[in-house]
Design a protein around this ligand. Structure first.
Ligand code: BDR
Ligand code: CA
Length: 298
């Protein structure tokens, strides 16, 4: 079964891998929207256009979104994705530019044209919160939000906060309260699933695989300095893969997640597990099945 999807991204190396994998899987990507996060939104947009051009998919429309989080000041993330966000790999410039429509409106328009659409979110949730705030009936057209973000027991920015939700916690809280079914991949299953260089090489084959290895080199050089091993994490690809092949999920919880929003708090941007339900949170994955998902499409 294939799906119609809108992908919202702060493209990033693992975002790029996710976009490439969605294309290879045969997802009907009806549009890609961009948001500031790993790098500034102009750079994110350029990265997405270049990736699509490399993949021969200039037919996929790109819509630029939010420049900064709703309330938080823009933070500069660690330069683990390189200066340009895609491991400083210089892909050919795309002959195409982004569309004129801003991302939040594009999300609404595309969802109305494709009812039942899935929103795959790979970055801070600024565009998504804006879209649902501007157009409350958007809820009627979106069947599911699949999202990488949050931290149940382990964060990557702080002990309790994960980057995407930390960057724009108000937007995350807004989206978590929508009442739309959410499949969430927080940092927990990601950090428990390091992928080593040899595994990356065995998984991502061909010319596209070569590009992925080239982009991840920056990360592996960094990780080697800090940890003494060459490996990466694949947060955004895990959101795509667990949605498309739920047998990859070893354990999950059905609960609610909220964000700590207090500006004076050291915990601002941390995720808090509530008592409700409706948010399916992936806690553990089967690494072999996770890698097989990509081996089968590369
Ligand atoms: C998230 O932050 C970004 O660096 C990655 O692309 C991923 O979306 C992980 O915390
Ligand atoms: Ca991302």
């Amino acid at each position: 079964m294939t799906y119609k999807m809108i992908i919202d991204t702060d493209c990033g190396i693992d975002d790029a891998i996710t976009i490439i994998s969605a294309i290879k899987y045969g997802i009907d990507i009806v549009g890609i929207t961009t948001v500031s996060g790993n790098v500034y939104v102009d750079q994110v947009t350029d990265n997405v256009l270049r990736i699509l051009n490399f993949m021969g998919r200039n037919d996929i429309k790109v819509f630029k979104g939010a420049h900064k989080p709703l309330i938080s000041e823009k933070t500069t993330p660690a330069k683990i994705h390189g200066e340009n966000g895609i491991g400083d790999v210089e892909l050919e410039k795309s002959p195409k530019s982004e569309e004129e429509l801003p991302a939040p409106y594009a999300i609404y328009k595309l969802a109305r044209e494709n009812p039942g659409i899935v929103l795959l979110t790979l970055g801070p949730l600024t565009n998504i919160a804006m879209a649902f705030n501007l157009y409350p009936d958007l809820k009627n057209y979106v069947s599911k939000i699949v999202s990488m973000g949050g931290a149940v027991n382990f964060g990557n920015v702080t002990r309790f906060a994960e980057f995407n939700f930390f960057y724009d916690p108000e937007a995350a809280e807004f989206v978590l309260r929508l009442g739309i079914p959410i499949l969430l991949v927080p940092w927990d299953p990601v950090v428990a699933t390091p992928i080593f260089e040899e595994e990356l090489k065995e998984t991502f084959k061909g010319s596209v695989g070569k590009l992925i290895l080239q982009m991840e080199k920056t990360v592996m050089d960094f990780v080697e300095k800090v940890r003494g091993v060459r490996g990466v994490f694949l947060p955004d690809p895990m959101a795509l893969a667990t949605f498309l092949d739920p047998t990859i999920i070893k354990s999950k919880i059905n609960t609610s997640m909220h964000m700590e929003l207090n500006h004076g708090s050291l915990m601002r941007g941390a995720s808090i597990i509530g008592e409700g339900h409706g948010t399916e949170i992936v806690m553990e994955v089967d690494k072999g099945k996770f890698l097989n998902f990509f081996k089968n499409i590369f």
